[in-house]
Structures are given as structure tokens and as C-alpha cells.
Design a protein around this ligand. Sequence first.
Ligand SMILES: NC(=O)C1=CN([C@@H]2O[C@H](COP(=O)(O)OP(=O)(O)OC[C@H]3O[C@@H](n4cnc5c(N)ncnc54)[C@H](OP(=O)(O)O)[C@@H]3O)[C@@H](O)[C@H]2O)C=CC1
Ligand SMILES: CC(=O)C(=O)O
Ligand SMILES: [Mg+2]
Length: 587
Amino acid sequence: MSGTLKEMRNGGEVSVTSNGGGVRDSYGEDSATEDQLITPWTFSVASGCSLLRDPRYNKGLAFTEGERDAHYLRGLLPPAVFNQELQEKRLMHNLRQYEVPLHRYTALMDLQERNEKLFYKLLIDNVEELLPVVYTPTVGEACQKYGSIFRRPQGLYISLKEKGKILEVLKNWPEKSIQVIVVTDGERILGLGDLGCQGMGIPVGKLSLYTALGGVRPSSCLPVTIDVGTNNEKLLNDEFYIGLRQKRATGKEYEELLEEFMCAVKQNYGEKVLIQFEDFANHNAFDLLEKYRSSHLVFNDDIQGTASVVLAGLLASLKLVGGALADHTFLFLGAGEAGTGIAELIALEISKQTKAPVEETRKKIWLVDSKGLIVSSRLESLQHFKKPWAHEHKPVKGLLDAVKAIKPTVLIGSSGVGKTFTKEVVEAMAALNEKPLILALSNPTSQSECTAEEAYTWSKGKAIFASGSPFDPVEYEGKVFVSGQANNAYIFPGFGLGLIISGAIRVRDEMLLAASEALAAQVSQENYDKGLIYPPFSNIRKISAHIAADVAAKVYDLGLATHLPRPKDLVKYAESCMYSPGYRSYR
Ligand SMILES: NC(=O)C1=CN([C@@H]2O[C@H](COP(=O)(O)OP(=O)(O)OC[C@H]3O[C@@H](n4cnc5c(N)ncnc54)[C@H](OP(=O)(O)O)[C@@H]3O)[C@@H](O)[C@H]2O)C=CC1
Ligand SMILES: CC(=O)C(=O)O
Ligand SMILES: [Mg+2]
């Protein structure tokens, strides 16, 4: 049996003849032999099974009686009709049955691939419960096991095999109008190191937050993983590893692939596509940012987004610890992307507040790396991003000695190494300060410099504590301590939205400072009363709208906006642009 089908595809008429097959095999796919060519069909108007299998439009049991008639769904669904709220209740009930976090992750990814609106509704309405699943810490484990749990591609894989063809690869992605790309090369995934191609979980997770937390439409988001190999022996020897089975390409080969990618992105999506660099190792991250910040709308989340969220927490904390930012002394464990990025933004903010030159304001900020305190006698051997922090001081080896020597009021962990804020270190901070501010930023939870319980117990309840990955509230001597989550997830969704709604063409440090100040302004007295320096994530859509508005305002002020005229009320405008996951009615 043969049949001919015509459809309008990409604006042109396509004719396909199928050969052989049974009664229902109209297009010949089932009966075609392996060496016989067939055409993969899609329909321009989804109905019946294709509608149920299209995650963007599928509503599952929420299709109304009328929609079931009009869209050939009769019999394809059981008779019950659920509204979205009941679907949500059922899914949350099911998710809570899973005891293994990774099972929750795969269930949520399945939902995202089945019913996109319901996935985002769930995430938005249950953000505090589900953030640790789609994001840190569980996303870390998902990346480690990505080869085993991989089902369908959720983003674009661009490997060395695609060299010379990246523009074509971008055109394979089904969405044509992209506003945000999160790209990684998988070399520094959270604090878990080189996970190669399996780092894809990170851009996927970050972009789901762009939508849920920042209201950027899912169809405008593109996760990308650049695969230049991996130096992770365990993955190279893992039969289920999904990436290129070779050592990482470096030097010219690496740079050329990145250059081709950056050019292709701009060529395909235009000047205003936002590119977020994520989880690159620091030996590439700083150079890539430096190279592309003047030609693309780009920022590095680990260097700049993290800096913005930590500065916001510091600004807010002044209400609890007192004094101005310039009155504090900062000590970091970890002098990489996060550490030096945060340090620089603090120095810029102090300089902005006091009018002192940034070379001066840097002197209140000290960093420890794997070799000890960064001091001037080490200058020659330091990586370029550490050099501004090499102050005059005698060499100091360990963190405890550095705390004793520098006497910081604020201790920030950005080392990627867990358990490094020891009892002695926390006790030393508590001995020096009435209210020591301790931030353990490293992710996932296993890499946190200390736990919330350790921070509160060892400081005898004095510490103000926040961490990159969430901790449950802690009871100490009859009092409940709630810690905040110092994570760039507070910043990048609203920051990105602000850039998009203003039509920004470049990112500037002033925009990051605006985002920090906007986030700090969202901390309420009620939050402060609980010792929190970040507002709860349950309000994140409102917070993101405020961040977006202040970032957009800065973009307009700097003359870098292209969406003109400038809307009068930027908060309202940001809110009006946000994606909402409620179902639409189909005619
Ligand atoms: N909460 C958040 O929002 C964010 C958290 N992070 C987390 O921060 C961590 C670090 O990320 P990033 O800055 O990009 O990583 P980098 O690799 O760029 O930097 C790590 C730094 O830690 C230092 N270090 C490593 N081990 C030790 C040790 N035992 N003692 C002292 N210093 C040490 C390294 O020293 P050396 O230079 O000598 O090798 C380096 O300076 C990760 O866990 C990441 O998940 C990152 C971004 C955002
Ligand atoms: C949060 C984040 O970006 C990181 O840990 O790398
Ligand atoms: Mg990151």
C-alpha cells in the first residue's frame, strides 16, 4: 500500500510518498526496512495524539469536553476532567512519595517533557520545595549520572564534531526566536569538577529558573553544552558516558570552537540575545568574559551573578550587624571566579559609596587560596585575577591563621571544598565578632564549607549564616534559626529579564550593582527579625520584577537600551512581560 501526503511546511508545499505498510501505516514508517528512507512528519496544527505529545500545548486530563471534541481527543483520555489545580495537587502528592531526590528530579524532567505549563505551574507555586530538586543540590547528582538518566535532548550539544557547522546546528533547534542562552563547557560543574558533556543539567536547570523565577518564556530559552572532551577519567571509562570520549581540547582548538559558537549565535539570533556563561573553569571563564563583553550581550553567572547576590546579602546584613560596608573586613576562602568576582563588586560598591578609588577599597578584602593568604610576596606567581588582591602582609598558610591575622567581620566560602569552615574557624569568628557573618557558598550541599547547624552551634547562636545550597531550619538552645540561600538564582532570572525588556546590547557592572541594591531592598523587617539577609524564594517573581525594573532603568540611563520609548512604570512593565503557566483555551 502506498499513500501520498501533502502539507505546508516551512511555508512550502512538501509531498511525500510512503511505500508499503499495513492499514494504519499511512506514511510507511512502520513497514520501512532499515535501509529504506522515510520522512519524519510533523503537523502544523496539533490534534489528537500529536497534541497530547506536544509538551507546549498538552494539558492532559485538563482538556475540556469541548476541546476533546474539537481536537480529536475523544477516547485518547480517560473520561475524568481535572483542572490545573487538581493536576498540581496530584503531582505534588506523587512527587512527595519519592524518597530518593534523583527520582523527584527525573519525575519533574518527565513532566517538563510532557506538559510544560504544568511543570512551570508546579515550580512557581512550590518554589521552595522544588528548587532543591531542579537546581542545587539534586541537579549536581543528576549531572553526575546524566548518562544513565538521559532520555531526550533538552538542549543543544555542540561538540568538536560540529566544528565548521555550528550555524547549521543552531538552525536544527526547533525554536527560532531565542532570547537567552545558558552555555557551559562542563569543566567546573558546581563544586563537582569536570563533568564534561553531562554538565548539560546545569544550563537546563538554570533556564528553567529563568522561566519560573524570572518569567522568561520557555520557548525563548536555549540550553547549550559545548563538548570539547573531558579530563574526568571516571566518565571516560563509563560505558554510559554521553559525551566525546577524549581529553579536553585546549588552546587554539578550544578558542576556535568558542569563537565559532559566539559568532554563530549573534548571526542567528541577533545582537540582543543574552548569553550566560556558566560553570566554565576559571582558566577559561575570565578570558572568555573579557573577550566577548564588548561585542556580545554576555555575562558570567559564577563571576558576576554570584557577586551581585552576595553583595545584596551584605548590604542587607548591615541592618543586623551595623556600620557601613566600608567599615567591614572581608575574608574569602577560595580565590577563583566566585571569590574574586564577589570581592571586586564589593570594592566597586564601597568605592561608589565613599568615592574612594577602587585600588584603596580593595584593601579591606582578603582572599585565601589553596596555597594560603594571597599576599604581595606571591604576586609573581599569581593568576591574573588574583593579583589585585595581593596586599602587603607576611605569608599565612591556613584559614584559621588567616582569620586570626586579618580579623574579618565577614567570612565567605567560595572554595568548592566542603567542611573547610571547621569548628575552630567558626569559633574564632564568633570570638572576634558580636554577629559574625558567615557565607558558605559552595555547591552542592556536600561541598558546603559548613552546615547551618555547625555555623549556629559552633558560634553559640551568634552567626548570621547563609549558604549556596539550602539547609533546613536549626534549633539551638530552644531557638529556631532559619538560614538564607546565598545563590545567584536570586539574581540571574530578574537580571536577564531586565536586559531583555530594555533591549540591552551590553552588560555593565553598574547593572549588577543595581540588581544587588534591588534585591537588598526586598528584604523585609519580618525577614530581618528572623535573622535572614535574603527574602524567601516564595516571593521570587515579585523580587525578579523589581530587579528587572532596576536593571532595565540602569540600561536606559547608560544609553544601552534599544526598546524605546522607555516604559513609565518599569516594575509594572516587567510584570506584564512575564510568562504565566496557566492553561489557555483552545478553539
Ligand atoms: N552560591 C552561589 O551562587 C555560587 C556558588 N559557587 C560555588 O563556589 C565554588 C567555587 O566556584 P568557583 O569560584 O567558580 O571555582 P574556582 O575553581 O574558580 O575557584 C576555587 C578557589 O578555591 C580555592 N581552593 C580550592 N581548594 C581549596 C582549599 N582546600 N583551601 C583553600 N582554597 C581552596 C582554589 O585555589 P587555587 O586557586 O589555589 O586552586 C580557587 O582559588 C563552587 O563550589 C561553586 O559551586 C559558584 C558560583 C555561585
Ligand atoms: C550556583 C552556581 O552557579 C554554582 O554553584 O556554580
Ligand atoms: Mg554556576
